[in-house]
Design a protein. Structure first.
Lengths: 219, 475
């Protein structure tokens, strides 16, 4: 205790002038021009505490800030992936499958190759019966077939996830690619659902490639 | 480490005080009037929580309006006037030149208080804005901005015209508050009242404004007084003072970001609340350095230091509790309960009011050149007020904890919950009554002390100790 006793509550005695307070503390900040540099390194414990708080803050933000997404309201929600955020458009998906699997024979423009591979554009097989079309895509087609009045006789391999298939496309990809070809190039048939493909897949199992004659017995 | 002792009379008698006496006493007298009014309204609002029928036939004193009136009278009446009076005095004293533009300050004070009065009448008539801490009706707000500028002008001039380039922590805090409040007030008004932002942004802006009142305005003004008085009375250098600038900047930079903790679980993106939780933790560094700097207050004696000691303890405790309560696991139980009121009492009564009282007790004898009129009233005020704050904070914390449990449980109807926590709420009401009584003692003492009718004690050479006495004791 260096100050004078301050027992009278009616007045608080001060022991130093304002100037003395300012000057003495200014020296502690080490900014006095006539002083040698008195800047001290941050005492280590305070440095550690401050760093610790910043480290905690950064970690906590990384974990619970909801990726700073204005649409995330639950801080524990996992990061939304592109697929989960917006389910892929079946047309876009079908287009990709078509480009990798079908376009080699049926061509990117869907016209096929005359005499070798039948066209899909305005083909009665494509825009017609769903039952027949799904079976062709799942299990393949062999033997003679008439498309838009032209005869073809070649072998279309199975594309579905069936025995002997080189492509193993899942039912939803089959549905997507069929939906795609039924609305592309001026075709105007309705979409094929994954459920419908799965139903036929379950009914026919690992059927061998179909013939046109077999398919024509179906609705 | 002690500061070299100086001539005590020259340490105390400053031409700044005499020159600014009228303007500063006007600010202090106005503040005390609003303090009593807000205390009465706090009592009414507290009674209505356990006895809802109380004053239910007076539409202008239903609970919602009584609470809005209390808050407005407290913030814009008591805290604004007292904080500005203390702040202007501090920058004047530390700047070393006479305060200028004091006629602007007087005019501004008159219009500020008329504006607050008109605002309270407007709230009583039902024109409040429903924004926390900004309940004043829209039509008085431009007046308040202009009046504030007139009051604060003198402080800005004192800062820019200071005699020495060196600055001290009290000046940083006062000047920051002087400049940040008009920014807060105009920006808040603009985005919430004149050109309202839509939807969620409105809630975020409201939370930012309410937090800004604390972080940018009242807390800096309260701390400025503590930073000044502690070394003046103890004569000791503040330990770890080299960290004071860091503490200052952490408060200003991170303080506003803590606003989002009021929105935990609300309709805002998760990151708003998460950033607020992190900012609340960072601000703890400010509280820690503050505690290190001002710990010499524990070794001092005197009335002002007693108030400041309690106020600083409440300030630091409230920072720690706010950081803890903002975490979602805790907020889940305590959010929207009386625990929030408990934290408000701790922050605004325990920290802000108490620190302001300490500054006022130190300041008034300098302004008047005489001691306070009655020592007994001072001790009574201190004991009763601190008892009232402790009672209110503890009882509301208990009430909030129980209430949060019942609300999460979901089996008890709301009316029964209030019945079950009636005991703590009654204690909270009693605490408000005790605080009001304590503040009445201060008001009586204040007006007795400044009354020109008071006869000077001819035998006394003056209130301030003679230099020889200081030299004898200070070595």
């Amino acid at each position: 205790m260096n100050g004078p006793s301050n027992s009278d509550p009616r007045i608080d005695q001060a022991v130093v002038t304002d100037d003395a307070v300012v000057v003495a503390h200014e020296k502690l900040l080490g900014k006095q021009p006539d002083e040698k540099a008195r800047y001290r390194l941050l005492p280590l414990n305070l440095l550690f505490i401050f760093s610790g708080l910043i480290f905690f803050g950064a970690t906590y933000l990384g974990r619970y800030a909801g990726y700073f997404d204005p649409k995330v309201f639950d801080e524990t929600a996992p990061k939304a992936t592109a697929a989960a955020a917006a389910p892929e458009d079946p047309i876009e998906k079908g287009k990709k499958v078509y480009a990798t699997v079908c376009a080699a024979c049926h061509q990117a423009n869907g016209m096929g190759l005359p005499g070798a591979f039948p066209p899909l554009v305005e083909s009665e097989w494509v825009v017609g019966s769903e039952e027949r079309l799904i079976r062709i895509a799942l299990h393949g087609l062999q033997g003679p077939v008439k498309v838009k009045g032209a005869d073809f006789n070649s072998m279309m391999p199975a594309a579905g996830r069936v025995a002997g298939s080189g492509f193993n496309l899942s039912d939803d990809r089959i549905a997507a690619v069929l939906t795609y070809v039924r609305q592309e190039w001026g075709n105007k048939a309705g979409p094929i659902t994954t459920e419908k493909v799965a139903e036929i897949h379950g009914k026919e199992g690992d059927h061998k490639p179909w013939t046109a004659a077999e398919l024509e017995k179906l609705p | 480490m002690i500061i070299a002792p100086t001539n005590a009379v020259s340490a105390e008698v400053s031409p700044v005080d005499v020159h600014a006496r009228g303007a500063l006493l006007l600010l202090l007298a106005s503040s005390l009037g609003w303090l009593v009014l807000s205390g009465i309204l706090a009592l009414i609002a507290a009674i209505q929580l356990h006895s809802p029928a109380f004053l239910q036939d007076l539409p202008w004193l239903t609970h919602g309006r009584a609470e809005a009136l209390r808050e407005t009278a407290f913030i814009y009446g008591w805290a604004a006037n007292a904080g500005l009076g203390i702040g202007l005095w501090l920058v004047g004293r530390l700047g070393g030149n006479l305060l200028r533009a004091l006629n602007w300050t007087v005019t501004g004070t008159v219009f500020w208080n008329l504006g607050v009065l008109a605002g309270l009448v407007g709230i009583a008539l039902g024109d409040m804005t429903s924004l926390p801490m900004l309940q004043l009706p829209r039509y008085v707000q431009p007046l308040l901005v202009v009046a504030y500028a007139a009051i604060a002008l003198s402080g800005v001039l004192a800062w820019s015209g200071r005699r020495v380039d060196s600055t001290y922590a009290s000046q940083w805090y006062v000047v920051a508050a002087l400049f940040l409040f008009p920014w807060l007030l105009t920006a808040g008004q603009m985005v919430m009242l004149w050109a309202p932002m839509r939807g969620t942004l409105q809630a975020i802006a409201a939370a930012w404004y309410a937090q800004g009142i604390w972080s940018f305005w009242l807390a800096p003004l309260a701390l400025a007084g503590a930073y000044y008085i502690v070394p003046k009375v103890t004569g000791r250098l503040l330990p770890s003072y080299e960290f004071a600038p860091l503490a200052f900047w952490v408060l200003l930079m991170a303080g506003g970001w803590t606003a989002g903790r009021a929105l935990v679980g609300g309709p805002v993106p998760a990151w708003i609340s998460t950033v607020a939780i992190v900012a609340g933790m960072l601000v703890l560094f400010h509280h820690m350095v503050l505690g290190l700097n001002l710990r010499v207050v524990l070794g001092g004696t005197g009335n002002a230091l007693s108030f400041i000691r309690f106020g600083l303890a409440a300030y630091i405790l409230s920072g720690v509790l706010n950081a803890i309560v903002s975490f979602r696991v805790v907020a889940e139980r305590l959010h929207f309960t009386f625990a929030g009121s408990a934290l408000d009492q701790l922050a605004y009564q325990g920290a802000i009011s108490t620190l302001f009282f300490g500054s006022i007790y130190y300041m008034l004898p300098r302004l008047t050149g005489r001691t306070w009129s009655s020592g007994a009233l001072i001790v009574g005020h201190r004991v009763l007020f601190i008892a009232g704050v402790v009672g209110a904070v503890v009882s509301l914390t208990v009430a909030g904890w129980l209430q949060g449990g019942y609300l999460l449980d979901g089996k008890t109807p709301v009316a029964d919950i209030l019945g079950n926590i009636r005991g703590p709420l009654l204690i909270a009401t009693a605490s408000q009554l005790v605080m009001l009584a304590a503040n009445l003692l201060l008001v009586v003492n204040f007006f007795q002390s400044v009354c020109p009718c008071r006869t000077a004690d001819a035998s006394s050479p003056g209130p301030f100790r003679q230099p020889s006495a200081v030299e004898a004791t200070a070595t």
